[in-house]
Design a protein around this ligand. Structure first.
Ligand code: CMC
Length: 391
């Protein structure tokens, strides 16, 4: 009741208190639990970052081993889940499949839904972390018609995911440390980003005391959209289109400025970063390094760099403070690693999972009230019902 403030897209409204991620859009700063993203991306690994986000502190050696072992205890998915996967056509988008399978985990693990204590919550989190990696791997296997792999507990989390996803049935599998290091970095950079669209969705759904798996399934759906996580797929499709069209980047910068044209430069702009996206800086350098290490030359990287240069010299982009975001270069790395375009957003989801879970956990432990935004009504005024024969 009282005066309602209208804030479309929640551009200025804080909906929660949080201790997890700090972000300063003007300075281009991003900290996980106080640690600058540059240090974390350089020195840490994805499993450690998952622990940090979930528990608030970096683990000591014992805590880290315990955490890894807890996850390994759940390193399988119920066989019946394969039937659900089987029912999808091969052409189904992996994000739709992932969202469905994540929600279905609830039915196969009902005890994880009924969380009553912090310990229950941590178990549900570890279970989901283990099983979600399978689901991501399975969406890829499905698209390609490959048999499904199960987990291998002799490997760490990222290696295990990598093997489950890419092991071919007809050849020996070797872990490529360059690929694993690149995956680790990409997953870390996506691990949390405070109250973005998918995370807010997870918190909102969870605020009704909906279970963790169903809440995360909603987050996967939110992430799928091209204005959010789906941008990494859209960027590569855009770069391919520009390449096919002769590589005239200026033409596409012009199109993006044209208000009559719905085309936008994908991978450009951010709701919060108005100076630069610190993740994009790290990813741009990583893309260069990884392509060099793997000996890959990708025309898309040349086009991306030209596009960035032309756009950043253009008044339209300067005035609106539009810079490359995390997704502008990530797809180029995924492609160099042999990950197909339609899997890019699934990779983002795997990275964002610990952030979603940590935010969900924080929301439940803080006892946040159910989310329920207000509206400003602008429809028809009160009027009397008209029977059908009189309409
Ligand atoms: N190309 C051309 N113009 C743009 C772009 C773009 N990529 N992004 C924003 N603008 C313009 C927009 O038209 C508007 O112009 P005007 O003031 O003349 O109407 C102005 O810049 C402000 O844009 P907005 O849409 O009001 O900004 P927003 O905060 O609502 O949207 C955004 C942020 C990321 C959705 C948007 O910049 C966008 O659509 N970018 C392309 C998609 C993309 O790369 N998304 C990934 C985001 S980062 C990963 C993640 O965390 O999800």
């Amino acid at each position: 009741t009282g005066l309602i403030t209208l804030d479309l897209g929640y551009k200025n409204t804080g909906a929660t208190l949080s201790n997890i991620t700090y972000l300063d859009g003007d300075l281009g700063e991003l900290f996980y639990r106080g640690y600058p993203i540059e240090q974390i991306a350089e020195k840490s690994n994805f499993s450690e970052v998952m622990y940090l986000l979930l528990h608030g502190e970096l683990p000591n050696a014992t805590q880290f081993t315990q955490f890894e072992n807890n996850i390994k205890n759940y390193n399988f998915v119920a066989e019946e889940m394969k039937k659900i996967l089987d029912a999808f056509p091969r052409s189904a988008h992996p994000m739709g499949v992932l969202s469905t399978l994540t929600s279905a985990l609830t039915a196969f693990n009902p005890r994880a839904v009924n969380v009553k204590s912090k310990e229950d919550l941590d178990h549900a989190a570890e279970m989901l972390i283990a099983k979600f990696a399978h689901l991501c791997a399975w969406t890829y296997r499905k698209t390609n018609g490959f048999p499904l792999n199960h987990g291998d507990n002799s490997l760490n989390y990222v290696e295990n995911f990598y093997k489950m996803t890419f092991r071919k049935p007809y050849e020996e599998f070797e872990i490529d440390p360059v690929v694993v290091a690149a995956l680790d970095k990409l997953l870390i950079l996506h691990a949390d980003h405070e109250q973005n669209c998918s995370t807010s969705t997870v918190r909102m759904v969870g605020s009704a005391h909906t279970g963790l798996f169903a809440s995360i399934s909603a987050g996967v759906s939110a992430l799928w959209g091209p204005l959010h996580g789906g941008a990494n797929q859209a960027v590569i499709e855009m770069l391919e289109m520009i390449e096919k069209d002769g590589g005239d980047v200026a033409k596409y910068v012009q199109k993006a400025k044209d208000k009559e044209d719905s085309f936008r430069l994908m991978g450009f702009g951010h709701r919060v970063y108005k100076n630069f996206d610190p993740r994009a800086k790290i990813i741009k350098k990583a893309a260069d390094d990884i392509l060099n290490k793997l000996g890959v030359h990708d025309k898309a990287l040349d086009i991306a760099m030209q596009l960035e240069r032309v756009a950043l010299e253009d008044d339209y982009f300067v005035e609106r403070k539009l810079y490359p975001n995390v997704d502008f270069y990530s797809g180029i790395i995924y492609r160099a690693l042999g990950i197909p375009t339609e899997m890019f957003t699934v990779m983002f989801a795997l990275g964002r999972l610990p952030g979603w879970i940590s935010q969900w956990k924080e929301m439940r432990l803080h006892g946040d009230p159910i989310g329920r935004p207000r509206q400003v009504y602008q429809g028809a005024p009160k009027r009397d019902y008209v029977p059908m024969e009189n309409r």
